[in-house]
Design a protein around this ligand. Structure first.
Ligand code: FAD
Length: 260
């Protein structure tokens, strides 16, 4: 199998750098091939703007969505975007590896998503009508591929528990796991989160790698998070609300996960 690892940390000698090297080594030992997009090392341009469309008229008003659509359709995207899209097409699984910064991904990784996820590639895919709202949330161009987050956080695990002050980690990661990964069709695996990073020494790093190693060995067999499919019958069309008879009276992120 072929895995794309997208890594977002500015320092190779960091904990995240060490985790990325461990991930590559472990996957290659399992006879997988691995491509790494090391965003800081690549000096990835995180800013979506009119330069993303090579054939844009200088006098034309730039529309981030429509110009993305036209550039994708006409093959006039900035080459760095097209290269990352090719890496995604080739991958059977994608790992996003990053430190939690301000309760989300580092800006450079968000910018990778914004620019690489073009209209027609990651959104605006499939039939859009009164009866169908496109191929997304479980369907789309990434259907059949797996994705997993490997995240480090300075906070303690209890800070991210069900009643922890930071909010539950599943809620914090929901916009990434559901909005960025499930949306274009990935099967999303449970995340691997390393907490309390300041307390890492050689012995703890070995324990972290032992657990992470098992996750990597089961990358293609671990059951994905049971996010509901948009076109699976659980949502009303075109309102796209969860049917009243499913999780009645409840709201929040958790209702979009089917009970196992
Ligand atoms: P490093 O600082 O490189 O390392 C952490 C520890 O691991 C160090 O003690 C280091 O000596 C040790 N270590 C590194 N490599 C190894 C190795 N190979 N073997 C053994 N030990 C090793 N945290 C939150 O919880 N929530 C937030 O919202 C949040 N926001 C942040 C925003 C910003 C802008 C920043 C800078 C930090 C934020 N943090 C937050 C903390 C952040 O998540 C952690 O600093 C980060 O996850 C640590 O990862 P690192 O790779 O930078 O670790």
């Amino acid at each position: 199998m072929h895995i794309l690892l997208v890594h977002a940390h500015p320092e190779a000698r960091s904990l995240n750098g060490a985790l990325t090297r461990f991930i590559v080594g472990r996957l290659e030992r399992q006879q997988h091939s691995v491509a790494v997009s090391d965003l800081y090392a690549m000096r990835w341009n995180a800013v979506l703007d009119r330069a993303d469309r090579l054939d844009i008229d200088p006098d034309q008003r730039f529309d981030p969505s429509l110009d993305s659509r036209d550039a994708y359709a006409r093959g006039t995207q900035s080459p760095d975007i097209a290269r990352e899209q090719d890496k995604l097409r080739r991958a059977d699984a994608v790992i996003l590896q990053f430190p939690l910064w301000w309760f989300s991904m580092p800006a450079i990784l968000k910018g990778w998503v914004e620019r690489v996820y073009a209209y027609g590639f990651a959104y605006g895919v499939g039939e859009h009508s009164d009866a169908r709202w496109g191929d997304r949330y479980g369907e789309g161009s990434m259907a059949g591929k797996r994705a997993m987050l490997v995240v480090t956080a300075g906070g303690w695990e209890s800070h991210y528990g069900p009643r922890g002050i930071n909010g539950p980690i599943d809620d914090i990661l929901f916009p990434i796991q559901h909005g960025i990964l499930h949306y274009p069709g990935f099967d999303v695996l449970p995340p691997h989160v390393v907490y309390r990073t300041g307390k890492t020494d050689v012995a703890r790093f070995e324990r972290i790698c032992a657990v992470l190693g098992e996750r990597l060995d089961t990358l293609f067999t671990t059951p994905p998070l049971p996010f509901r499919r948009q076109n699976g019958g659980d949502y009303t069309i075109p309102e796209l609300g969860l049917r009243d008879d499913i999780c009645p009276g409840r709201a929040g992120f958790c209702i979009h996960l089917a009970q196992r």
